[in-house]
Ligand binder design. Sequence first.
Ligand code: FE2
Length: 262
Amino acid sequence: MNRKQEFDQQGFLILENFLSREACEEMMQRASELVQQFDYRGHPSIFRTEEQSRVSDDYFLNSGDNISYFFEADAFDDEGNLDPVFQKHSRSKKLQELAEELDLNPLLLIQSMLIFKHARIGGHVDIHQDSSFLYTEPESCTGFWFALEDATLENGCMWARPGGHKRGLHTCFRRKENGQGTEMILLDEEVYHTDGMIPLEVKQGTCIVLHGLLPHYSNPNTSGKSRQAYAIHTIHRDAHYPEANWLRRNRNELTGFNKHAE
Ligand code: FE2
């Protein structure tokens, strides 16, 4: 079975040693610098996927076109122009080739985030599908998740259900029509459960490609070791991205992994 078949069948792909140790260190160093420069006062935004609805939070909803900071998950501008280090690692030749191999092109980078998952205080992320938060018609969201540090059972590695992406979209997170905040729309009556979910323990430098419909979650980090990760989300260039998505981006500014050729 080749990598595309494996991805289509299980909804995720684990690629060890995708990033060098130096690349991981460089991104963690840069993230640390960006966080140190940031003034948290006045920005008490916490990203929680389990929230069924969110009161209007301008900072959250306006995070699309700049580098935004959240206590648990830092969203970086996926344009990459704002920061050369993340630009470099988000638009590598290796990623371009991977997208090609998995038949994901032409794609657009729509979001990128650094997940700190600090030692002892790193929160859990409830079961979700990334497509609920980056909804397109037809569904086209794909995630590229990079372990900047080893991800283990102890420090809250990701869990996923192999093949779970075949069931379709469970919920859709969107802006309310009246403009007052956001809501979670239930599309599938089945209650989310963790049956059949397996832990994806991976070493530093591993890339996990995630189908947008794959249910996944992670436990809190109760260990003394942080579990930093960097994640990029993409959508297909030809798919419709409704205005109701919480994340609004200027479509004309979005590009693929190969910024100049696509
Ligand atoms: Fe996710």
